[in-house]
Design a protein around this ligand. Structure first.
Ligand code: FMN
Length: 319
């Protein structure tokens, strides 16, 4: 295994990229718990980055290392140029070959690249030629169940120069439905020499351990499980590497993190934009107690941080 990659993935846990979710603030919150997991940015459109540099999307702190910056697109030279530019921020560049969203695949980006493996390989080759940091790819099992090409696709990406793979155990057709097939990932693992992280439906230390057993992967990438629980990646690291089971955060702890999350988004984006941006996170932080749904309904309409905090503080008093 490439030594640089080995160091970046040594914790065996990564934050899966999520557009509109794994932004600078969420990455920072995850890092407050885990100093070693591999962070990943949201996907950064190579077309957009070519037009405008250094928006909020590229922001990082010193302690964010190890961090991977994910690029999307389908034009090899454009992606390569963007990767070169991002080298000043990134420890690794990841290419998105798994996004299932209609508007992305229509433009031959994301998972559409699994149907055009020559182009995908050219992207990897062209990018690899201009950067000196590791390059990874993230893809799915295939476009549909009739096109399960993940083994050949992974081999081709490895031949083209990819140093690391994250694979989501679903097809594009499944979007996010059904269950991720961790056992199939073992077929890829057996057929490539570069490290593989398994992804999909890892939501706890126990599911991470099961995923590793089924997939024989080198580690796990965690996406939605980190919503409303920035400590999950740390808890997974402790469990799979040391066998130590740490408790999930209590409601009180979650409320404190939610307040911090909103405050930091306000600092990053401005008060009102920050508050509105955080509305999507509220259901993940506040669930499983009487009256949660009514409270969530009220909170997502609020535009004043002090009022939000007062409402949140009342939850603890009333439980
Ligand atoms: C809201 C959302 C945004 C996502 N954005 C991206 C993205 O930008 N790039 C990417 O490769 N995958 C993206 N994904 C897919 C995740 O990285 C991950 O593969 C998927 O959610 C399965 O893992 P999980 O079950 O741990 O969430 C996104 C998923 C969600 C739910």
């Amino acid at each position: 295994m490439n030594n640089k990659v080995r160091a970046l993935i040594s914790s065996r846990v990564s934050l899966a990229p999520m557009a509109g979710i794994t932004d600078y603030v969420l990455r920072s919150l995850v890092r407050e718990y885990s100093s070693t997991c591999l962070l990943t940015t949201e996907m950064i459109s190579s077309e957009a980055l070519t037009q405008v540099k250094d928006t909020v999307i590229t922001k990082r702190d010193e302690n964010h290392t190890p961090i991977s910056y994910q690029l999307s697109g389908h034009k090899p030279q454009m992606i390569a140029n963007c990767a070169k530019y991002l080298e000043k921020y990134a420890d690794m560049i990841d290419i998105n070959m798994g996004c299932p969203v209609n508007k992305v695949v229509k433009g031959t980006d994301g998972c559409a690249l699994m149907r055009n493996s020559d182009l995908a390989a050219e992207i990897v080759k062209t990018t690899k030629a201009v950067i000196s940091i590791p390059l990874s790819v993230k893809f799915r099992l295939g476009y549909t169940y009739e096109e399960l090409n993940f083994v050949e696709f992974g081999q081709k990406m490895q031949e083209a120069g990819a140093d690391f793979i994250t694979i989501h155990g679903r097809t594009r057709a499944q979007m996010y439905g059904g269950k991720a097939d961790w056992k199939r990932i073992a077929e890829l693992k057996r057929n490539v020499d570069i490290p593989v992280f398994a992804n999909g439906d890892v939501v706890s230390p126990e599911t991470a351990a099961q995923c590793l057993e089924d997939s024989c992967a080198d580690g796990v990438a965690i996406g939605r499980g980190a919503l409303g629980d920035a400590s999950l990646l740390y808890r997974v690291e402790k469990y799979i590497n040391e066998g130590v089971k740490l408790p999930a955060p209590t409601l009180e702890e979650k409320i404190e993190i939610l307040k911090k999350h909103i405050l930091r988004e306000m600092e990053l984006r401005g008060e009102l934009v920050g508050i509105k941006f955080c509305r999507k996170f509220i259901p993940y932080y506040l669930s499983g107690f009487p009256g949660a749904s009514k409270l969530r309904g009220e909170l997502v309409l609020m535009e004043d941080f002090k009022k939000i905090c007062k409402t949140l503080d009342n939850i603890c008093v009333n439980q």
